[in-house]
Design a protein. Sequence first.
Length: 285
Amino acid sequence: MEAILLNGKEIAEKKRKMIRDEVSQLRLKNIIPGLAVILVGDDSASRTYVTNKQKTSKQLGMHSILIEFPSSVSEEDLLSKVQELNIDPSIHGILVQLPLPKQIDEIKVIEAISPNKDVDGFHPINIGRLMIGQDTFIPCTPFGIMEMIKETGVTVEGKHVVIVGRSNIVGKPAGQLFLNENGTVTYCHSRTPKLHEYTSKADILVSAVGKVDLIRGDHVKEGAIVIDVGMNRNASGKLCGDVAFEEVKKKASYITPVPGGVGPMTITMLMENTLKAAKLLLQNR
């Protein structure tokens, strides 16, 4: 039996409809969720992400602005713009597209964003809240992964979850979210010896390393849920993930494709976080 495909586009579209409806309700109260995206330099991948974020926010009825800086911008000028947006009442969410040029300290920039407008969920205060199970802005890709798991109807509690990857953006927060749902979590990474010994015991396997065909058929337990966060190009230039899809789909119960899996969910959860930030403002009035 082949795995059921977890179609990120379809799941995202359902979620976006709900967000669109809530945005309409907020507009009746004269609140239009506002997202500011800062793009530094002209990296083509970053520009594509930013364009998609802008397009989606407009489709959902949100107010969206794009602020562009040349790659030569000073750290001081960038931080000054962030502070300006922190006090702008029309902006509820601030996102600085990473990576940033070498002369700018990414940590300083992330910490400069108000935790109440940190819709990427990267601020240490929001990460700390996530760690202790408080309500917070969740990093968008891990948030999207949890929504996809919900779609399967499988309960996380008691399941063995193996996360391959330990980035601050995906691996670490994803593992914490599963832990908060009472999963038993194992973290693996590029220096884990005999990786298959861990992955082959996973009920839920998340790979977020960025290496073509890292997860093969023999890495996967029969009936596991496999979430592929990798975004790579194979030898022929085709977009692919970390998982050898054709091999693994014969063993998994559910699997995400690349493209069209986690990607659409990431942008959707950014919109969810922006909506949440606007609703928080309404509560605090």
